[in-house]
Design a protein around this ligand. Sequence first.
Ligand SMILES: C[S@@+](CC[C@H](N)C(=O)[O-])C[C@H]1O[C@@H](n2cnc3c(N)ncnc32)[C@H](O)[C@@H]1O
Length: 316
Amino acid sequence: MGTRPHWRDGLLREPPVRARQHTAKGSYRVTVHGEARAGSTRAMRLALPAFTPLEDSLFLTLCARALDNRSPHPVLADAAADAIVRELDYDYGQFHLNTNLIVTVAQRAKKLDEVASRFLDRHRHAIGLDLGAGLDTRIVRIAPPSTADWYDIDFPAVISARERLIPGAPNAHSVGADLTGADWLEAVPADRPAVIVADGLTAFLTLDEMVSVLNRLISHLPSGEIAFNSYTRFAIWAAKHSHGTRSVADLVRSPGFDDPRVPEGWNPKLKLVREILLCREPEVAEFPTTVRLYNRLLALNTALSRKGTIVLHYRF
Ligand SMILES: C[S@@+](CC[C@H](N)C(=O)[O-])C[C@H]1O[C@@H](n2cnc3c(N)ncnc32)[C@H](O)[C@@H]1O
């Protein structure tokens, strides 16, 4: 990780511009190469090599968190994501990020941060794993205790980009690998409890791949917790057909599942801790009006709530 930048010395030197553009419908508009101020396009300072479409999916969520940071009432307030978005030479104009998608991505990241932080507060010598970490700055947000070790796992090209863009820490490790492969867990200690998060990953895995990744993690690690945003069959349908997720629609391979207890049948050690229905969580009170009302409607009953975003939290 040697030559990673440090926030104070580099990427965060420029304070985030707290402005957003509204379209007539009250959505955010993402302009090409960051925000256009007075009609101008900012000069970008860093270009990354081309990613595969699957790797490229990380920009959708990264950009959503950056835009959340620019809103008057951020859900996640991820200034580090915002700084990366400003730094990169990437065509964000392809995304059509609406307010609902932006707050949803920010809120689910916050819920996964909470699961990870609480676990590491209770198990200060544990390890944390972020599966399909992309360019997520979770490690900056949760700042794991120095006695814990954190592992970000993604394809090698993404991990190289992370190492250029995200500041290192003595207890931060990255593993460049295909998660569906057999060997990458050799880089992960097998004798410490672990908290595992996966944000925006599982839609890109077949159910067989997901089951096999989970089973390998559970047999490698002594105990722990795992949390991921899950996709119901409706959410998979919506991801394939919504305007905002058009850039990843063809990459979706999971059929989704509706019952949060389904994974308990995949491995007898896996026990559901909580199905977190995001429309019922406190952050909704701060959402922009239309999105808040939509979430209040979903919250009326469980079946409707499951049409929204869900984070599933298990122990093993
Ligand atoms: C939508 S992005 C989410 C990235 C990050 N978690 C976030 O919230 O910004 C999905 C990520 O999963 C990674 N990914 C998908 N399938 C993978 C696999 N089989 N092995 C490793 N990484 C994978 C992609 O490279 C990408 O970075």
